[in-house]
Design a protein around this ligand. Structure first.
Ligand SMILES: [Zn+2]
Length: 413
């Protein structure tokens, strides 16, 4: 087998399958075409295996889970399609591209898998905001960070660029790639670091809430606090959209501009807060959405001795409506754009992922519903925070950098 494979490049590709299909490689995959051009053959791809068996990932995961829950382990083993062929392919792979799920449990299974992976160079995609890395303390992740032959990348595009740049080395086979990576790590031991350049001890323990009309730039600013300063990130919309990828009824409701049940948001939020250490700052994107939630939030945070600081991004309603219709979101890196060119191309200029409009921004009825909710309920929540003396208004109708500078100076006070 070895001689037949000589000179060929095999990539074993692995990503989360059951939980969030939108996070996985299948939906917005830019590897297929790029790797074909580079002469890289993808082997052991979980979706390819499922497809060849004529079963969708949406059906496969729940089916196995059901068998497990019912204790029907014999049948489970017969239905299990992925593990054995996957592990077999790993042995042939020149390198592995892996995109860990951010909450991968990774205990014993990971140890077993890791034993098989040993010595295979791994290119790990941690996501544009490093969430796979930061929210994941599994042994699997730790092994990936400490293994000599692992390089960490932000996006799928970065991986493709890396392979393209070093394609000659990849053609020489696994040992050559291994040497390339260990040489790079010897030359720069910090190569896998993701420093937050604006981190400052004065941000420790902060709880920042960013509110504003849809299109005011909340997500951009919260992500900037996450990426450049090191705030933990909480976005209820983000969590809901992720959940929506595996729960069609929820996705449908959200698409009509309907709000999610309060309990769900509270659960998401509580989970986030409970994972934080007291010194970790967190930024909250676009929650709470009404007075009751705001009061509950303040009570809840008080218990953990956290005082929220609320920043409201002000933009005129006309501008908000205009931005909403232009708005495109990248499904891979979650960056949003209000740009005619991005809308036309359908491709994220930052990471190469697919961009799409949110369905609730396409329908006139849904848009009206969102704005009417804003004026009655969100504004009431803002008023409540104002009475507590914790609100700063910032003019959001300027460039992202200017707005971000203002937010930083407010938080430094
Ligand atoms: Zn992107």
């Amino acid at each position: 087998m070895y001689t037949r494979d000589q000179g060929k490049i095999f990539c074993y590709r692995s990503g989360p399958i059951e939980r969030y299909p939108a996070d996985s490689f299948q939906k917005h995959n830019i590897f297929d075409k790029a790797f074909e051009e580079l002469g890289v053959t993808i082997i052991g791809d979980t979706f390819e295996i499922l497809r060849s068996h004529g079963i969708s990932q949406e059906a496969y995961g729940p089916m196995l889970k059901l068998l497990r829950n019912q204790g029907r382990f014999y049948e489970y083993c017969n239905e299990e399609l992925l593990l054995v062929p996957s592990l077999r392919s790993v042995r042939r792979a020149t390198f592995i591209v892996i995109k860990p799920s951010r909450e991968a449990s990774g205990g014993t299974t990971s140890e077993t898998v890791q034993a098989r992976l040993r010595g295979v160079p791994m290119l790990v995609i941690i996501g544009a905001h490093g969430e796979n890395l930061c929210a994941n303390d599994s042994t699997f992740m730790i092994r990936m960070l400490t293994d000599r032959f692992v390089l960490v990348f932000d996006t799928e595009k970065d991986v493709i660029d890396f392979v393209r740049k070093h394609i000659r080395v990849f053609r020489q086979g696994r040992a050559a790639v291994r040497k390339l990576i260990s040489d790079m790590k010897r030359a720069n031991p910090y190569i896998n670091d993701r420093p937050r350049p604006l981190y400052d001890a004065c941000f420790n323990g902060k709880t920042v809430i960013i509110l504003g009309m849809p299109g005011a730039g909340k997500s951009d600013q919260t992500r900037m606090l996450q990426d450049r300063v090191g705030f933990a990130y909480f976005g209820s919309g983000y969590e809901l959209r992720r959940l929506g990828t595996k729960m069609p009824p929820l996705r449908k409701r959200l698409g009509r501009g309907k709000l999610a049940p309060e309990m769900l948001i509270n659960k998401f939020f509580a989970d986030h807060i409970l994972r934080l250490e007291p010194f970790e700052p967190i930024v909250i994107d676009g929650s709470p959405k009404k007075l009751g939630e705001a009061k509950l939030l303040v009570d809840f945070l008080e218990y953990f001795e956290r005082i929220p600081e609320v920043i409201v991004l002000d933009i005129p309603e006309e501008a908000a409506r205009r931005r909403m219709t232009l708005r495109r979101n990248c499904s891979a890196c979650e960056k949003s754009f209000a740009d005619e060119a991005v809308k036309e191309s359908g491709i994220c200029p930052l990471c190469g992922g697919a961009v799409s409009g949110r369905p609730e921004n396409e329908s006139r009825v849904a848009i009206e519903e969102i704005f009417s909710w804003y004026h009655t309920h969100v504004e009431a929540a803002i008023k409540f925070f104002e009475e507590q003396g914790v609100v700063t208004h910032i003019n959001g109708e300027r460039g992202k950098e200017e707005v971000f500078g203002d937010i930083l100076s407010v938080l430094r006070k």
